[in-house]
Ligand binder design. Structure first.
Ligand code: ASP
Ligand code: MG
Length: 418
C-alpha cells in the first residue's frame, strides 16, 4: 500500500469541528488508496496553557514532569481524531509516542529521535487498520520516561515518520496555504511558490518565514522526504500548497526565490580593538558562553596608529537579536575588565533590520548582489553590513526602511511573476 503522512497543526485541530474537517481530508486520502499516518499537534493554545500550569506549580520544575504534562495536549487530539475517523467508518486508532515506541534521547524538552521501529504500526495496518493517529512532539527515553522535542516539534515528528515509513509524501496542514516569496503582510505582491528547495526553505525558515520547524526541514533534506505545506482551511487537492523538495525536482528555478527579513536585529561594533591572533576568539568566546546568538560578523581592515607603531587596530562588528544586546554588552565589558582585550568604544545600534534574498539559482548566476544593492540605492536605503553565502545575500539596514526595501527587492527580482 502506498503510504502518506498527514500532519495537522494546532489551528487545524483547534476544536471538534476543525478535527472533523481534518478527518474528512484523511478519509479522502484513504479513499484514494493510501494507508495514512496522521500526526497531530495539541489543540491551539493548549501547549501554552500546559506550560503555564507547570511553571505556576514549580518554577524550577523537574524537566521529566514538564514533559509528562506538556506532552498530554497531543494525546487528547490523537484520541479525538481516532474517534472522529471511526465515526466516519475509517478504521483508525491512536498511538502515544511510547506505544510506537518513538525512541528518543533523554534530553527532556529538547529530545532527538533515536529510532522509530515500524513493527507495531505495520502490524495494525496488516490487520486492516487504515489510519494510525500518532501524537506529535513526543517520545520515550531509554529510561522509559516521556520526552518532548521542543516547541513546534510535531513537524519534526511528521518528517521522521515519513522517513521511517518511506511515505510517498509528508503533507503539513496549517493555517496558511503555502510558502510565499515574502511576507504577504509587507508586500501585497507576494506570490505563493509551487515548489521550493530544501536549502532555500531552511534559509527562509530560519529568517522568520516560520511555517515549519527548522529541524523538520533539516531532517527532510537529509532523508529526501517530499514535504508539502498546505491549508486545512481550504479545499485542497494534489496540487495545493507548496512542495518543499530536492532541487533536482525543480526544473528551472529563478535566481532568487524569496526575500526574507527579520525586524529585531541589533548591530554592535567594537571600535579600535587590537588586531592580533586570538582577538576574534577572545571576543566571540565570551559571547557564546553568555548564550548570545551572533549572526553576521564583519571585521574591518587593519590600521596602525602612526608610522613605526607596531600595534594594529581594527573594528569588529556583529549582529544579534535585539533582546540579547544587554547580555552581549555585559559579556564584552566583563571580558575587557578581565584583560582579554581592549577597545576604544562599544557602539550599539538597535534600530536595524536584516533583509536577505535567497535562491539556489545564485550558485550559477553572477550579479545578484549588484542588482540587490542597486535596488536599495535607488530607494536611498543605506546598507550597514553585508554578508553572503552560496545561496543568500543579507544586509543590515535602518529598520524604518525595511518594508520599502522588501518591496523594492521583490520588484527587482520580479518575484510576483512565476
Ligand atoms: N504542541 C507543541 C507546540 O505547540 C508541538 C507542536 O504543535 O508542534 O509546540
Ligand atoms: Mg507549528
Amino acid at each position: 500500500m502506498p503510504l502518506l503522512v498527514m500532519k495537522f497543526g494546532g489551528t487545524s485541530v483547534a476544536d471538534l469541528s476543525r478535527i472533523k474537517n481534518a478527518a474528512a481530508k484523511v478519509k479522502a486520502e484513504v479513499a484514494r488508496g493510501y494507508d495514512v499516518i496522521v500526526i497531530v499537534s495539541a489543540m491551539s493554545g493548549k501547549t501554552n496553557e500546559l506550560v503555564g500550569w507547570v511553571e505556576s506549580t514549580s518554577p524550577l520544575y523537574d524537566a521529566r514532569e514538564y514533559d509528562a504534562v506538556v506532552s498530554s495536549g497531543e494525546n487528547v487530539t490523537a484520541g479525538l481524531m481516532a474517534l472522529t475517523l471511526q465515526e466516519m467508518d475509517v478504521p483508525a486508532r491512536s498511538w502515544h509516542g511510547w506505544q510506537v515506541p518513538i525512541q528518543t534521547t533523554s534530553a527532556h524538552a529538547a529530545a532527538r529521535f533515536v529510532d522509530i521501529p515500524r513493527a507495531n504500526i505495520d502490524a495494525k495496518f496488516a490487520e486492516g487498520f487504515k489510519v494510525a493517529v500518532v501524537a506529535g512532539f513526543q517520545g520515550v527515553s531509554p529510561e522509559g520516561r516521556i520526552t518532548t522535542l521542543g516547541r513546534g516539534g510535531s513537524d519534526t515528528t511528521a518528517v521522521a515518520f515519513a522517513a521511517a515509513f518511506a511515505a510517498e509524501r509528508c503533507d503539513i496542514y496549517t493555517d496558511v496555504d503555502g510558502v510565499y516569496t515574502t511576507d504577504p503582510r509587507i508586500s501585497p505582491k507576494a506570490r505563493k511558490l509551487d515548489r521550493i528547495a530544501f536549502e532555500e526553505m531552511l534559509e527562509l525558515a530560519s529568517l522568520g518565514a516560520k511555517v515549519l520547524q527548522t529541524r523538520s526541514v533539516e531532517l527532510a533534506m537529509r532523508y529526501k522526504v517530499r514535504l508539502r505545506v498546505l491549508s486545512s482551511f481550504e479545499d485542497t487537492d494534489e496540487h495545493s500548497g507548496t512542495l518543499v523538495c530536492d532541487e533536482d525536482e525543480i526544473m528551472e528555478s529563478k535566481v532568487v526565490s524569496g526575500v526574507a527579513y527579520s525586524r529585531d536585529e541589533a548591530k554592535m561594533t567594537l571600535v579600535r580593538v587590537e588586531d592580533r591572533p586570538g582577538i576574534a576568539a577572545a571576543i566571540f568566546g565570551p559571547l557564546a558562553d553568555a548564550g548570545v546568538n551572533v549572526d553576521m560578523i564583519v571585521q574591518n581592515i587593519s590600521e596602525t596608529d602612526a608610522p613605526g607603531d607596531k600595534r594594529a587596530y581594527t573594528d569588529m562588528t556583529f549582529s544579534c537579536p535585539t533582546n540579547q544586546v544587554a547580555r552581549a554588552k555585559k559579556a564584552i565589558e566583563d571580558a575587557r575588565d578581565e584583560g582579554k582585550f581592549v577597545y576604544a568604544d562599544l557602539v550599539t545600534d538597535i534600530d536595524v533590520a536584516k533583509l536577505s534574498v535567497v535562491g539556489i539559482g545564485m550558485r550559477s548566476h553572477a550579479g545578484v548582489a549588484a542588482r540587490m544593492f542597486a535596488a536599495l540605492a535607488a530607494e536611498n536605503v543605506n546598507i550597514k553590513v553585508i554578508t553572503t553565502s552560496e545561496i543568500k545575500i543579507s544586509v543590515l539596514i535602518d529598520r524604518k526602511y525595511m518594508e520599502l526595501a522588501v518591496q523594492a527587492l521583490h520588484d527587482t527580482f520580479e518575484l510576483d511573476k512565476a
